[in-house]
Design a protein around this ligand. Sequence first.
Ligand SMILES: [Zn+2]
Ligand SMILES: [Zn+2]
Length: 302
Amino acid sequence: MKTLVPEPVALAAAAGHRSAPYAGGKAVLATMHGKEEAIAPILRDRLGLIVSSAPDIDTDALGTFTGEIPRAGTIREAAIAKARLGMEATGLPIGLASEGSYGPHPQIPFIPGGVELMVLVDDTRAIVVSEHLIDDAPAFGHAYVVAGDELTPILDRLAFPGHALIVRPAESDNGAGHIHKGLRDRTALEHAIMSAQAQSKDGRALIQTDMRAHMNPTRMATLGRLASALAERLSTLCPACGMPGYGQVDVEIGLPCDWCGTPSLMVRHHVFGCVACPHRENRPRGDGLTKADPGHCPLCNP
Ligand SMILES: [Zn+2]
Ligand SMILES: [Zn+2]
């Protein structure tokens, strides 16, 4: 049985053939939200890749974090489409973009989580390399309020004012009503709450963290970690064909039970693969575990 389960932190690329296939290359990063601040220095230092941003691209046309325009497809497809916008605008054959998705944690109930994905589209080699990570501790949340509520504990939980907020009517027809974005000032926030609740059918305002990278330093730091993971993958060459971007592509579950050998739901192998050729290889778990604790066995511990 195979399933795509993201590992808890970054998916580490292979410790194999190392190279600098992007040294001296140029790439465009499609972002309206200052992501180059977190991404460009890392790719320059780790890969020698010179990343410029393409600020005139309207990446929001592909869908926005604040929900006015729904995003189509998977986040990987969205990131590739965004990277291609940058490549078209600049004529550069190598493009970068990232996409994030925040909500309930994908593995742990009742806590917020985020998935961040970054792609490099390289038309000189006809490859797309992506890396993703799960953010276990994002600055992400929301609250329903009315003017006069005790805001301080709510704002502390939402990491305000270090992280900017969005305010909108809690209930409005078709999402109509003015959305106040990028709020970092307490007075402006309180004005926005009064304006939003006046436009809401239930008289309440919805406060949310503004997840645009330049408004959310926690997300910006996460993008830096993701850029490091992508750099690691891009400097790792496929042992079969030499293409950059070799790394973990999947996991195989079914680690056998230590008592009875029945496959458990624990990860058995990390599956490494190439972005250009069919080469695949199973690698052992990072922790060296070869048997599952019977506590995880579907027979011994039903
Ligand atoms: Zn290959
Ligand atoms: Zn068992």
